[in-house]
Design a protein around this ligand. Structure first.
Ligand SMILES: [Fe+2]
Ligand SMILES: [Fe+2]
Length: 405
């Protein structure tokens, strides 16, 4: 029986070196399957530049058509309890060894020196054989364990070098597969991101960091990532979703007196007009919209709408606002079972945005009816609208490009 090769990395972005490794593995008689695992974050490296959802899609594009390859998302969504949100190879191998036999862990030659410092390295060596990729003519170090090596032509590049040259280098065309390069351009990844958008994100991040701390800050960062993911999967604008998610709770820690002052402003009165007077718990939404308009000069109506209605929803709100609404409910640090269920269904990529919205609005209504007498009406207009068939306005289905069997 053949073996299953495990090839992990950040793939930030995937390049022809990665493709060459996977092609060579695919051509070997002693390898049956290659699992390619883009990771959220390597423990010994900085946070990757491109969002994990983009990296999963790019890995799928780069390796499209190579026999026996599966882009696997096991390392893409770490448990948020993990230190630094890092993903450890030993944990991945433990999980995969319950599904597959004869694992071979494929490592680049650049990490052979640090390998012995990895967490639970003895366990890794018990769970998998090790294969080290060599560049032509390169020697492998002598190591304190058995390993095999495989020489690959054309791996003289690293993703870091590519990112550094991404704006203008003509070499890009020769090191990144054309479909990946197209994806990078279309989505404005790396340094090719529109300067205004990059500056806006940077400024917004600083703004949120100054206003929120601890779990509230972590929640907002997680909502930004999740909303962007939903936008990518459902074909919406990822930038609007990310910014809306990042900023949605920026008035959450405001004192009552400050909130009241904002609500008395003309913009505050307009933004909060559809909220009934006594539901203070959700007024941080419209207040945040007023605040980011004033402080960050954000005028994009879809972003402002997403922030305003993130807790209650609103009949006829845009799909981008729906992405933020869902992300706020189901981002991975939410522990209640209904949030877990929605997150799982988002991850499974099997339901329309509208179906998930309806389910989420029902969960929220049931929760509010149980927990508070006065807030029964919260989000009721949105739920009624969805129940009356409004959920069909969000009939977009996910496109899970990276799930290749
Ligand atoms: Fe909120
Ligand atoms: Fe929130």
């Amino acid at each position: 029986m053949g073996r299953v090769a495990i090839y992990g990395g950040t793939f930030d972005p995937p390049h022809r070196g990665h493709v060459a490794v996977v092609r060579e593995l695919s051509s070997r008689d002693d390898i049956d399957k290659i699992l390619v695992l883009p990771t959220w974050k390597s423990p010994l490296k900085e946070m990757p530049q491109a969002n994990i959802h983009h990296r999963l899609v790019m890995a799928g594009l780069a390796l499209d058509g190579i026999p026996g390859v599966e882009v696997n998302d096991h390392e893409a969504y770490p448990c948020l309890d993990t230190a630094n949100f890092s993903v450890y190879t030993a944990d991945t191998l433990k999980h995969l060894s319950m599904i597959y036999r004869n694992l071979v862990l494929v490592l680049g030659s650049d990490i052979q020196k640090s390998f012995l410092n990895w967490k639970n390295v003895e366990q890794i060596l018990k769970l998998a054989d090790i294969m080290i990729i060599r560049r032509p003519g390169e020697k492998t170090c002598s190591l304190a364990f058995d390993f095999e090596s495989m020489e690959i032509e054309g791996v003289q590049i690293s993703s870091g070098e590519i990112r550094g040259n991404l704006i203008s280098s003509a070499e890009m065309k020769s090191v990144v597969p054309p479909n990946v390069l197209e994806y990078i351009k279309v989505n404005g990844l790396y340094f090719s991101m529109n300067d205004n958008a990059a500056a806006q994100l940077e400024k917004s991040l600083e703004f949120v960091r100054n206003r929120l701390k601890g779990h509230r800050l972590n929640h907002s960062l997680a909502v930004a990532v999740e909303a962007e993911r939903i936008a990518i999967v459902y074909g919406l604008n990822p930038f609007q979703a990310r910014l809306g998610g990042l900023l949605h709770d920026s008035a959450r820690d405001m004192e009552s007196i400050e909130l009241d002052a904002i609500l008395r402003e003309p913009h505050g009165q307009i933004a909060s007009a559809s909220f009934s007077g006594e539901v203070r718990a959700v007024l941080h939404g419209p207040c945040a919209a007023v605040l980011v308009r004033r402080e960050l000069e954000i005028e994009d109506s879809q972003i402002l709408e997403a922030i305003t209605y993130h807790a209650t929803g609103c009949p006829g709100m845009s799909p981008v606002a729906a992405a933020v609404y869902l992300a706020d409910f189901a981002e991975p640090s939410r522990k209640f079972p209904q949030a877990r269920q929605i997150l799982e269904e988002l991850r499974s990529g099997s339901q329309s945005l509208g179906a998930l919205l309806l389910k989420t609005a029902r969960f929220k209504a049931a929760f509010l009816a149980r927990s508070s007498e006065s807030s029964e009406q919260l989000g009721a207009a949105f739920l009624d609208h969805l129940e009356m068939g409004g959920w069909r306005e969000y009939d977009m289905m996910p496109s899970c490009l990276w799930r290749k069997q």
